[in-house]
Every structure is written in C-alpha cells, then in structure tokens.
Design a protein around this ligand. Structure first.
Ligand code: GLN
Length: 172
C-alpha cells in the first residue's frame, strides 16, 4: 500500500532497522506475540523513544494494542482485545473519519480491539457500538481495523501527509 502511494517501506526487525525512518506502521497480527518479539529483539525501548520523539505513526488493530498503556504505554488509552466477541469477531462496516475526505472508509475488523478507556490527549475519530475504534494522539493514528486489506489508501496517505507536514514544521 505504501509503495503504491510512492513511499519507500521496509520491515523493522532489529533496533538498527529503525535508523533513518520518517514514519512507522505498527501492523495488525497478535499483540502478545508482537510484544514478546519486541522485548526479545531489544526493540521495545528504542521504539518507545522513537514514538516519544513524535514520529508520525499508523497503528492498526494489534498495533493499537501494542501502543496502549498496558504495553508500550505510548497512547493514553487502554485497548480491549477481541472486544467484539467470538461470534462476530470478523466483520466489515463503513466508517466516516473526520479529516479523511471522500466518503466513508470500508473498515475490516478481524478479532478487533476497541478503546475501553482513554485520557484527554486522545481524540476519538470514530466509534462503533459506543466504543472508539479510530483515535488520534498527536501524529499517531490508531485504528482497530485493517486499512491495508482494502484498496483504499487514504489512511496510509494520512501517514505520508503527516510526515510531509512534520518536515515542513521542522524546516521552519
Ligand atoms: N486479536 C488480536 C490481538 O489481540 C488482534 C487481531 C488483529 O490484529 N487483527 O492481538
């Protein structure tokens, strides 16, 4: 998705891979495995530092969980894992996000979390069943669904635009 939008992307597997990045994507997957992997590779601390420096970030599904207060403690929120329950753990719906123009996004939820609790630094962009499923804190956009599973690149575009805006701010 990033390559289609003209961005150069690489996987981060070791702390050295973080050097020189302008933005981050924390993908979906399985948050326990991801958290253990981050610790094992010595990535947790450098990743936390990079996020604290304000690097623009798109976190999706398990990526949102990994950033919550109970994991890397980057976002001022608690994500509830598998929040939509077993029987409806995967579904699709249309979501309207402020700041994302061009009509609603098709949002694919796969054993998705929702935001159970959050502080004032967290801006809620979209809710489902009365719970936030898309939030922003500074230049971190965290969504409970999988934007990379559709052909709609608008959230990845948001990341690229956030990087460009930060470059302009820093040059000024
Ligand atoms: N249920 C997974 C977890 O708890 C997240 C699922 C996903 O990323 N699609 O980590």
């Amino acid at each position: 998705m990033l390559a289609e939008l003209g961005a150069e992307a690489r996987e981060v597997r070791t702390p050295g891979d973080l050097a020189g990045l302008d933005g981050l994507v924390l993908p979906g997957g399985e948050s326990t495995t991801m958290t253990l992997g981050l610790e094992r590779e010595g990535l947790a601390e450098p990743l936390r530092d990079l996020l604290a420096s304000g690097i623009p970030t798109l976190a999706t599904c398990a990526g949102m969980i990994v950033l919550d207060r109970e994991h890397l403690d980057v976002l001022d929120l608690v994500a509830r894992r598998n929040a939509f329950g077993r029987q409806v753990r995967s579904f699709e719906t249309d979501l309207e996000l402020p700041g994302v123009s061009g009509g609603p996004l098709r949002a694919v939820f796969i054993r998705a979390p929702w935001v159970e609790d959050h502080g004032q630094r967290v801006e809620v962009l979209a809710e489902l069943e009365g719970h936030p499923v898309a939030v922003r804190q500074g230049d971190v956009l965290a969504v409970a669904f999988h934007p990379e599973l559709t052909k709609d690149g608008r959230l990845h575009r948001w990341l690229i635009d956030a990087i460009a805006a930060r470059d302009v701010r820093e040059a000024a």
